[in-house]
Design a protein around this ligand. Structure first.
Ligand code: ZN
Length: 361
C-alpha cells in the first residue's frame, strides 16, 4: 500500500500569494459536495427514532467498533451522545482546552508532522453592523500522506472587541489576554470535516460551515476535538510569540478604526522568516531545545490528555476490523466491503481507509 503513495508535495504553507482565494475555493467545493451527499443522518431522522434506509439497506454505523446496520437502540444512543456533547461545551472553548481535550494520537501527529504554522491574515467579523469577533486565517503544512500541500485553519477570537475597547492595556498585553479567551475554529482537512465538524457544530465552536449530520461511521462515540493542523495552531496561539504579535497588530488596527473593524495581512517577508525559524526546529526527540517559545508550544502538545470522553482503543479496534474486512478474500467479505462502499460512496470510503492508515502511525 505504501508503494502507491504519492510523494508529499513541497511545503508551501508560507506562500501567501493567492492563499485566501484558495481557502475560499476549497470551502465552496466542499460545500457543494456536501449539498450532494446522501447517507447523512440528519437531526430530524435521529429524532424520528426510525432507522433511515439508504441505497436499499438500513443506514450503517460503527458504534461498538464494528460496521453494521443501525438499530433504533443505536439511534437512541446517538441522540444521548449528542445531548451530552452539547452540555460539555456550554461554556465555549479556549485554545488551551482544545489541546487538553484532544486525543493523544492527534497531538502526536501535530507534534511530529506539522512543522509550519503561519498566521496569514485577520479581519474583523460583523454581526448586525457590530464587530463580533476577529477571524484569523492560519496556514499549516499538510501531513506526509496528504494529497494537498497545505491546510487553511480559521480561528475566530470571540473576545476581540473587549480587548479593542480595553484601552488601558497596550496592544501587546491585550493580545496576551485575547489568546486565553474563547475561540471557534475550522480546518479544511478530512479529519476535521468527517470526524470533528459535527462536534464543533453541536458544541457551537465551529467557524464557518456547520455539520449537522452525526458522524455515525467515523466517530460514533464523539471522541476527540481537533485535527493535527488545528492542534498545532492552538499550541501557537497558546504559547507562540509570532501569533501574539500578529494579534497585537490586529488589535492596534481595530483601535485605530475605533469600533474594531478592519483587516490586516501578513507580510511575505515575515512569513518566510517564521517558516525558516520553524523549519529549523526538531520534530521529535528532546523536550527542551532552548528555543523557549517552541519548547512552550511543544510542551503543551505533550501534556497528558484531560479529555473526559476519549476511547481511542475502541476506535483502533474498529479500524482493525475494517482492515480485516478489506483483506478478507471471501464472497462474504467482498459483499460486506461493497455494502460499506455503497453506503459511504467511493470517495468517502477512500478517505476513511486513508484515515485508518494514518491512525496507525
Ligand atoms: Zn485539519
Amino acid at each position: 500500500m505504501a508503494g502507491a503513495r504519492r510523494p508529499a508535495p513541497a511545503n508551501n504553507a508560507a506562500n501567501l500569494k493567492g492563499a485566501a482565494a484558495e481557502a475560499r475555493k476549497v470551502q465552496s467545493e466542499q460545500l457543494s459536495e456536501r449539498a450532494k451527499a446522501e447517507n447523512i443522518l440528519s437531526p430530524e431522522q435521529m429524532r424520528s427514532g426510525n432507522v433511515p434506509v439508504n441505497a436499499g439497506g438500513l443506514m450503517m454505523t460503527m458504534l461498538g467498533g464494528e460496521l453494521r446496520p443501525m438499530t433504533s437502540d443505536d439511534l437512541a444512543q446517538l441522540r444521548q451522545k449528542a445531548r451530552e456533547l452539547g452540555r460539555r461545551f456550554e461554556g465555549g472553548i479556549t485554545a488551551r482546552q482544545v489541546v487538553d481535550m484532544s486525543l493523544s494520537e492527534d497531538r502526536k501527529r501535530a507534534r511530529t508532522q506539522i512543522t509550519t504554522v503561519i498566521p496569514a491574515g485577520a479581519r474583523a467579523m460583523k454581526q448586525g453592523g457590530k464587530v463580533s469577533a476577529l477571524e484569523v486565517r492560519f496556514m499549516t503544512n499538510a501531513g506526509p500522506d496528504s494529497d494537498v500541500s497545505r491546510h487553511h485553519v480559521m480561528v475566530e477570537f470571540t473576545g476581540y472587541l473587549e480587548q479593542v475597547i480595553a484601552g488601558e492595556d497596550t496592544a501587546q498585553r491585550a493580545a496576551v489576554k485575547l489568546r486565553k479567551k474563547g475561540i471557534r475554529f475550522n480546518c479544511d482537512c478530512g479529519r476535521h470535516r468527517y470526524w470533528y465538524r459535527y462536534l464543533a457544530t453541536v458544541g457551537d465552536y465551529n467557524a464557518g460551515p456547520r455539520e449537522d449530520g452525526f458522524p455515525k461511521i467515523r466517530n460514533p462515540n464523539l471522541v476527540g476535538v481537533a485535527c493535527k493542523h488545528v492542534l498545532r495552531v492552538m499550541s501557537e496561539i497558546d504559547a507562540g510569540n509570532s501569533v501574539q504579535m500578529f494579534l497585537a497588530r490586529a488589535i492596534e488596527k481595530g483601535r485605530k478604526s475605533g469600533d474594531g473593524s478592519g483587516h490586516i495581512r501578513q507580510l511575505q517577508k515575515e512569513a518566510d522568516r517564521m517558516a525558516d525559524k520553524q523549519a529549523a526546529r526538531p520534530t521529535g526527540g528532546r523536550a527542551v531545545t532552548g528555543d523557549r517559545e517552541f519548547d512552550r508550544s511543544r510542551a503543551s502538545l505533550r501534556k497528558a490528555s484531560r479529555a473526559t470522553k476519549t476511547k481511542p482503543d475502541k476506535l483502533a479496534n474498529g479500524s482493525k476490523k475494517l482492515e480485516v474486512l478489506a483483506k478478507m478474500n471471501t464472497a462474504d467479505g467482498d459483499a460486506a466491503f461493497k455494502r460499506m462502499v455503497a453506503e459511504m460512496g467511493i470517495g468517502r470510503a477512500e478517505e476513511l481507509i486513508a484515515g485508518l492508515r494514518n491512525a496507525k502511525k
